[in-house]
Design a protein around this ligand. Structure first.
Ligand code: NAP
Length: 283
């Protein structure tokens, strides 16, 4: 059988960590496959996706700026799973030879990481999400109605409003509250989990996304930033003896779930994690 072809499409997409993680997984399970990077400009997206079967590509990850346009394409030419449809964006495509299927593994990947690595069960808990961009939306739309309350705050109030408008379309009786910047401390005090879904922390010199006095005993802290082994926020949380994690686990598990969709096999998560950490060191 010919070598299977997988990859990630984005623009630009040069520094993706996914090839290291996915190729390590194929290697570990003895699957004859190769995962590559495809830099696809926005005006080339339709022709690239239209050619997937002719090029013998079995599966694709989709990243910025294509997550929404790829969903529109697959909706027209294939099928979408319920989570992807609800979110309105895909990050994974399966091409089984006959049709294209679109998924979004960001929310499920976050959930797996939260439960397995941070040992935090979101059901019935109050959760504070700082930031209302793509990552925050994937998490909020996946958690849905499960948390007791979801607090969302963004420096751009319009983005928080858009996230809420999208959320209530699907979760009419949901419990999402927008928090003004001046009320962040009070809302975190009423929360059991704080999620940083902003880029604050990607650079060592970045200020912390919140005042550290908001980190109260018992609070769990999940920083989506993953490009550094430890972020300032995670460091401060650990100094206060709180359970805290960077976003490496979400990156790992969204990739592991994509791998499972493509291959039907359980992902070798420990090996993928090692490969991710190695690749991060080389960046
Ligand atoms: P995004 O679409 O740019 O959204 C971030 C939002 O946060 C923007 O609306 C931004 O407003 C706002 N913001 C920035 N600083 C803020 C602050 N201090 N307080 C409140 N709001 C603030 O970015 P994204 O794609 O959602 O990604 C967010 C972070 O998650 C990034 O660090 C990214 O690397 C990470 N991420 C991790 C994973 C993973 O697998 N671990 C997956 C996806 C994303 P402005 O635009 O006005 O600044």
């Amino acid at each position: 059988m010919a070598k299977r072809i997988y990859g990630i499409i984005g623009h630009p997409v040069r520094h993706s960590l996914s090839p290291a993680m996915q190729n390590a997984a194929f290697n570990e399970l003895g699957i004859d496959a190769e995962y590559s990077v495809f830099d696809v400009a926005p005006d080339e997206l339709g022709s690239f996706l239209g050619d997937i079967r002719r090029k013998n590509i079995s599966g694709i990850n989709v990243t910025i700026p294509h997550k929404i346009d790829a969903l529109l394409y697959v909706d027209k030419h294939g099928t979408l799973d319920a989570n992807a449809r609800r979110l309105g964006a895909i990050n994974t495509i399966l091409s089984d030879g006959a049709s294209l299927q679109g998924y979004n593994t960001d929310g499920p990947g976050f959930y797996r990481s939260l439960v397995e690595e941070l040992k935090f069960e979101p059901e019935g808990k109050n959760i504070f999400v700082l930031g209302a961009g793509g990552a925050a939306t994937a998490i909020v739309m996946y958690l849905g109605r499960a948390p007791g309350k979801i607090f969302v705050s963004d420096v751009d109030a319009g983005k928080a409003e858009s996230l809420k408008a999208h959320y209530v379309k699907y979760y009419e009786k949901g419990n999402l509250e927008i928090v003004a910047p001046g009320d962040i401390g009070t809302a975190i005090a009423a929360s059991q989990l704080f999620i940083n879904a902003t880029p604050a922390g990607m650079k060592e010199t970045d200020p912390l996304p919140i005042d550290i006095s908001f980190l109260h005993p018992g609070l769990y802290v999940y920083d989506l930033v993953y490009n550094r082994p430890v972020t300032g926020l995670v460091k401060e949380a650990q100094r206060k003896r709180l359970h805290a994690a960077t976003g490496l686990g979400m990156l790992l598990h969204q990739g592991a779930i994509a791998f499972e969709i493509w291959t039907g096999k359980k992902a070798p998560v420990a090996m993928m994690k090692r490969a991710l950490k190695e690749a991060l060191k080389c960046q």
